[in-house]
Design a binder for this molecule. Structure first.
Ligand code: OGA
Ligand code: NI
Length: 325
């Protein structure tokens, strides 16, 4: 019966997809001009995108394009080294440390009740603040790896400061509040390089399975090979490649601090039959022993906290081990 009435309503012009699809454009992750001098407008755009999508691209962020291309060039060079050379930076087994090189190529990974092949190599390096940097895990080859990454971290720092300020103001907080709540100047920038080689059977493999990031915010640059998808209202959307744009992901800790106003975005990546995809997400993480919870100024008798307050390290432990938070 329902189907019948839905079908008959198709006769009405305003129900036809050809007419109701907005200007023939597919819904897409918002694109925000970070250099807009109208700060009020910028705050509205950032706040809406952080609430509705949890993902957006920022352009005109002031990081010179050469800085981004160098970051990309040295990362690519590292992954093209012989396997033994990369293994020299392997994550020490049982070290408990996230840093170093790891591979999931050819390994079985499970997503729900289906098992697929993982198809990604990665390298993790903490790149900011200088006090947490451990050069032991930074490739010495190519020789400019260190300089390129340090340069990127320095520029990214300005973007992070501005973004956290806008996100705070968007919640009606003072500009410094969210950064303070996330660990202040101890907020850690964890760079991950994902390297997805061409995959003969993209239908049987996934880059990364659907997940939300544990971070406060993740800032990602991709190469030009399509693969990242964001989920909104139960549907998946390709995140289109825009040269030099930064892809902002709202992560779990930001959702928690904002008491649910901002949404941690569900995302995944597909792999390509012919091309190598590479991405450089930087996870902005509180120190492990830093306590994170809904911001005290956002909760009261009416707005009860929707999340627990706990150490970030404990949050990570529960998520990785699939324990309730
Ligand atoms: C991740 C991730 C996306 C990408 O590593 O957490 O979501 O585009 N990567 O590679
Ligand atoms: Ni992710």
């Amino acid at each position: 019966m329902r189907v019948q009435s839905q079908l008959s309503s198709l006769g009405q012009k305003n129900e036809q997809p050809g007419i109701t699809t907005v200007h023939g454009k597919v819904l897409e992750v918002p694109i925000i001009d970070f250099s807009d001098p109208d700060e009020e407008k910028l705050i509205v755009q950032i706040t809406e995108a952080s609430s509705n999508w949890g993902m957006y691209q920022i352009v005109n962020h002031d990081i010179p394009s050469e800085v981004i291309s160098k970051l990309q060039a040295v990362g690519k060079e590292f992954f093209e080294l012989p396997q033994e050379e990369k293994e020299a930076y392997a994550k020490p087994p049982d070290s408990g440390s996230i840093e170093g090189y790891g591979t999931k190529l050819f390994k079985e990974i499970s997503e729900g009740d289906t098992t697929k092949k993982g198809w990604v190599d990665n390298l993790f390096n903490k790149i900011w603040p200088p006090s947490v940097v451990n050069y032991q895990f930074w490739p010495k080859n190519p020789p400019s790896y260190r300089e390129a990454n340090e340069e990127y971290a320095k520029h990214l720092h300005n973007v992070v400061e501005k973004l956290f300020r806008l996100l705070s103001l968007g919640l009606g907080l003072q500009g410094q509040e969210l950064k303070k709540a996330a660990g202040g100047d101890n907020l850690e920038y964890l760079l991950k390089i994902n390297y997805y080689p061409p995959c003969p059977r993209p239908d049987l493999a996934l880059g990364v399975v659907a997940h939300t990031d544990m971070s406060t915010v993740t800032i990602l640059v991709p190469n030009d090979v399509q693969g990242l998808q964001a989920c909104k209202d139960g549907r998946w959307y390709d995140v289109k490649y825009i040269p030099n744009a930064l892809v902002i992901h709202i992560g779990d800790q930001m959702e928690i601090m904002s008491n649910g106003k901002y949404t941690s975005v569900l995302h995944r990546t597909t792999v390509n039959k012919d091309k190598t995809r590479i991405s450089w997400p930087v996870f902005l993480e509180p120190p492990a022993d830093h306590v994170v919870g809904p911001h005290p100024q956002l909760v009261n008798a009416v707005n009860q906290p929707k999340y627990k307050t706990k150490k970030y390290g404990d949050y990570v432990y529960c998520k990785i081990n699939k324990l309730p938070q």
